[in-house]
Design a protein around this ligand. Sequence first.
Ligand SMILES: *Cc1c(COP(=O)(O)O)cnc(C)c1O
Length: 417
Amino acid sequence: MTINRKSGHLFIENKSAIEVAKEFGTPCYVYSKRSIETNFNRFKDAFDQREHLICYAVKANSNIAIINILSRLGSGFDIVSGGELTRVLAAGGDPSKVVFSGVGKTQEEIRYALKQKIKCFNIESESELYRIAAVAQELNQDANISFRVNPDVDAKTHPYISTGLKENKFGVEVNDAPRLYKIANELPHISPTGIDCHIGSQLTDIAPMRDAALKMVELVDALENESILIKHIDFGGGLGIQYENETPIDQEKFVSMLLEVMNGRKQEIIVEPGRSIVGNSGVLLTTIEYLKHGSNKNFIVVDAAMNDLARPSLYGAYHQIDNITHKNSDPAKLYDIVGPICETGDFLGKDRNLSANEGDVLAIHSVGAYGMTMSSNYNSRPRAPEILISNERTYVIRERETIEDLFSKEQTAPDAH
Ligand SMILES: *Cc1c(COP(=O)(O)O)cnc(C)c1O
């Protein structure tokens, strides 16, 4: 454990969280380097000597320091935009270990990715295949492609983060895949080298993942009969983490399931974990501005808000929240923890039993994934800084934004005529 309580104080590795809050102010994201490394290495070690590639899903947390840490451990990257590719390159990531997912790749993004010689495009529609073929032709370069197959399994997760059902916008239908592979196989400059799927996020049940994996290998065998030889199978990400009392899917259990499903097949295995590498590696520190006691509800108004952490508002997601300013005398009360934004949906936690005083610092847990990357500047709120902890040392890996940053690309209106 790298984020835990020692004699009542929250520590991130060997650094006291309350010290971090004092030094850098709040709201403030804080990550443990060791936690990120440990989570990555659990995947890596589970594969042992087996040929594989772990493509960290950059959208979970795209800070270049975090990409750099993972890159140094040998990680590849799953990207969903040209912007994420630029980040990977800036962080020293290897483009030949990059797979490019997403339903809306523009010509510009495809051109850029081809020039950087990425490993594979994960194609999500027939039209995208033709677009990639045209760009590859124009550049006189070959594009490795895989189709993201929608295996039509119910991942049993939140509807907004479930992606593997027929009605989702993602991927191509499993029954249509053989036809698409045949087309791809005949197109000049297109090499159908892989196949991929990703059925959803925050999955806590391994059964749908196994069902999807079985459908993948079945399809690979069918394609082989048509002389289309698939070199890698990408099983996506989606492993859930513990936010409240979920039982997460262990990295080891997930990998051994994949090895069992592969049953001696020789293709390279790719996985695309995001949340399970960074989710529990970060906390958001926030200070209590006001306590508001009403006849029906008590509110803690903090200096963080839905613009800093969108998951509670967006998905009704639960994040554990505790008071890290050490006091043991005050009786606890039931509170909603809310931000200063002018939206009723601006809450970070509901009905939490906390003892609280104005000025105390709260820690919001498990925010390393889809925290900072989903933040915004709504209500002209500068984004929080990101601090990386390694042992007892602190590194500012993103400075707090200034108000001037927010309107630096704006101009006042022209004079009225
Ligand atoms: C978001 C995403 C992932 C990562 O999902 P996690 O739940 O964070 O592991 C992997 N692959 C694709 C295509 C994604 O869109």
